[in-house]
Structure formats: C-alpha cells, structure tokens
Write a protein that binds this ligand. Sequence first.
Ligand code: NAD
Length: 427
Amino acid sequence: MSESNDAIGVVGVGWVGLVTAACFADLGRDVVAMDVDEAKVAALSAGQVTMHEPGIEELLERNRERLTFTTDMDEVLGRTRLLFCCVDTPPTYSGDADLSRVQAVVSKLADDGTHALVMKSTVPAGTGATIRREKPSLAYVSCPEFLKEGSAVQDFLHPDRVVVGAEEGSDWAADAVEELYRPLGGKLVRTDVASAEMIKLASNAFLATKISFINEIANVSEEVGADVTEVARGMGLDTRIGPSFLSAGLGFGGSCFPKDTTALKQLAGNSGYHFQLLTSVIEVNELQKRRVLKKLEKHLGKLAGKRIALLGLAFKPNTDDMREASSLVLSARLQGEGAKVAAYDPVAAERASELLPDVEFADSAAAALENADAAILVTEWPEFAELPWAELAGRMSTALVIDGRNFLDPASLREAGFAYEGIGRPG
Ligand SMILES: NC(=O)c1ccc[n+]([C@@H]2O[C@H](COP(=O)([O-])OP(=O)(O)OC[C@H]3O[C@@H](n4cnc5c(N)ncnc54)[C@H](O)[C@@H]3O)[C@@H](O)[C@H]2O)c1
C-alpha cells in the first residue's frame, strides 16, 4: 500500500461512496474511504457488505488490498489529495436539500490548496460557489453521480457521460478527475461548477417528468380504453422521445428523484422562480400511488378487514433501498382503510421491517398470498413473473392482482383465473 498522498479519498460510504471506492480500487488506485458510521466501517473492514447491490461484493473482495475503510478523517487527508464527497443530502422539512453533512466535511478541510473536494453528492446549484467563497484556496470540482441503484457498479464503470465542473484555480484537480475517469470512457462534459450542478438536478427532474407524464397518459388511457404499454411502445420508437422512463406504474420513489425534484423546485422558488411544471410532476407522482386503492375497492368494496399482499417493497428491483418506496405510502393507506397488510420482498424485508409497523412479513410470495383478498405487485422483481399463478389463485380468498408495474402478462393471469388490473391497461 502506498504511503504517499496519491490515494483517492472517499467521504461517505453509502450507495454512491461504496461503489465509487470499489470501482476506483478496481481501476488500480489505492482508496481510503471514510464514514462517520462506526458500525458500517467495522463491517466493511471485516469484509462484510452493507447493502444489496449486484456486483459490489465481488469488487470489494477482489480489491481488498487497495481499500482502506476508516472513521479517521486525518488518515484520509494524510494519504490523499482528491476527496470525493459522497455524503447524503436528504430533504429538510421544507424540501430544501439538507447540506449539513456536506458542511461537516468542508469544515474538516484546510483552506490551503493541499486538497481538492470533488462533489459527488447531489447539491443545489450554487453550493460550490458558497464553498469556494468560504475556502477560496480549496480546489473544488463538481462531478455529479448518475448511477442507478440495482445496476450501480455497471453504471459507474460504463458512464454515458462524465461531468466535470471547475473554475479557475481548480484546474489541476479537474484534470486529475478527468484522468481518473478516462479509462471508463463516456463523453466528457467539462464545464463550470454551477452548470455541472444543474446538469444533475435537471437530468433527474427530466426523468421524473417523463415518468409522471406517462402516468398521466396511463390514467387518461384508462378513461378512453387505450393500453398505455402500447402507447409507450409507439411513442418510444420516435428517436426524439426514446423508450426509457416511459413505463407507467405506481410512480417514482427512491433516494434521488423525490428529493431532487423537490430540492430543484425549492431552489427555483428561493431564487424567485415558480417551477410550475415540476410542482405538477411531484403532485402527479404523489397521487399515482393512491389510485391503487380505488382499483382494489372496485373489486372488493370496503377494504376494512381485507388481507392485501404486497409483492415487493423496495423502490425498485435489485436493491434493498426503502427510501421513498411506494410500498410505504400504500401500506399506510391500506392500514388507514382498515386492511391487513402482508408483504414479501426477496431482499428488503430487514430494512422494511423498521419502517412498516404492523405489517406481516412473509418469507415467500406464496406465503404472503395465502388467503389474501388481493395481491399488489409493487416492485418488479423478475421472480414474480415466474410464480405458479394458477396454483396461487386457489390459495387466495379472492384471485385479484393489481399489477402496479405492468409487469405481468394480463392474458396468462386471466387464464389462471385472476381478475387483473394494470396501470393504464384495459380492464
Ligand atoms: N443512491 C443513489 O442512487 C444516488 C445516485 C446519484 C447521486 N446520489 C447522491 O449521492 C449522495 C449520497 O447518496 P447515497 O445514496 O450514497 O447516500 P447514503 O445515505 O447511502 O450514504 C451516505 C453516507 O455518508 C455518511 N456520512 C454522513 N455524514 C458524514 C460525514 N460528515 N463524514 C463522513 N461520512 C458521512 C453516512 O453515514 C452514509 O454512510 C446524495 O447526495 C445522493 O443524492 C445518490
């Protein structure tokens, strides 16, 4: 292990930080990764993986020699010049981004030009300028992260683009970041800090807008007898539109879209601009999760005393991240109507159990469906498409499936004896 300061520093070892650390190590760099969470650092140091993310375990194992996990910021500062800031920036009650963790990191850095802070955390445009005003000699680079949970390692190693925003005086650091990313390919966008910050926020807001848009098209399709999956297929073939993020469903969740759209809306508001479109995107998303209850009531009447099974709890497949998952709203709404909620998720049950009081956690989809009055498919885990649905129909009190992700085949479900309701598909 090198004793010079050419190691890469990573501060905050969550989804982004751990993937960043593991991938830079895989590129052959020594990495010193720091977190304030002592239990997490102890687990990672002992070779345990702290989250479910395909490929991360192998990467950590393969690069053990090059990776150091620590709670000691001085150790990081002593061995590095580039510090990738990957701490969380959750929403405050007002919806603005909470930058207290970023500020805690900045407070540890000397204003003497030794280190560069490379911001991977998603922050409001203007954050870099504030930090540079506070510490003018600290080099600062905005390098927003675009990985998706569930395919984070792949996304990091094969980026569509790498955005590097820097101002005069920080060129050495921006060049070093560029150099670090060069082996990964991807188009380089070298720009100023504020624009780099906006690229991240605008990208997430645009994708969220696409989702809310197709969800509204789904809702209209239900009224006029169209099938939104056909509509999206036809739209997506237009190269100006493209097929991605046109899947109608229960709306977006997760650790990024909800908070980043709200943060951008608030950022605009703070600057005196009312971001009307984004306000609607957020509202459409909120209502979308709740529409499922009407679909249930159409078949079951009042939901009090009914047993409803949730298939999938995480906000998307291949992750155990429960942040802003639709299952949280659904479960609360169902319980509010007096229903009993059973649930199954292949990997998220442990995290979910802390967040979903009075939910019965089953250890298989079949167990959750036993005597259920309805199944709601919340997360499109591939295994749910493979379930023996014909057999399960006989074990439920009512053979009813609400497919919240348009993931199952309606014809085979109906053949198996189910009443099937998708999102934006003919009844
Ligand atoms: N999760 C994603 O898919 C994703 C994708 C792109 C960008 N981002 C952005 O990246 C940032 C990190 O997201 P995440 O999902 O990895 O968060 P996370 O909550 O999984 O991890 C954040 C980590 O930072 C640590 N931390 C907090 N304060 C610290 C401090 N002062 N010093 C050291 N460590 C500290 C926490 O203990 C935690 O381990 C956020 O701004 C997020 O918006 C996330």
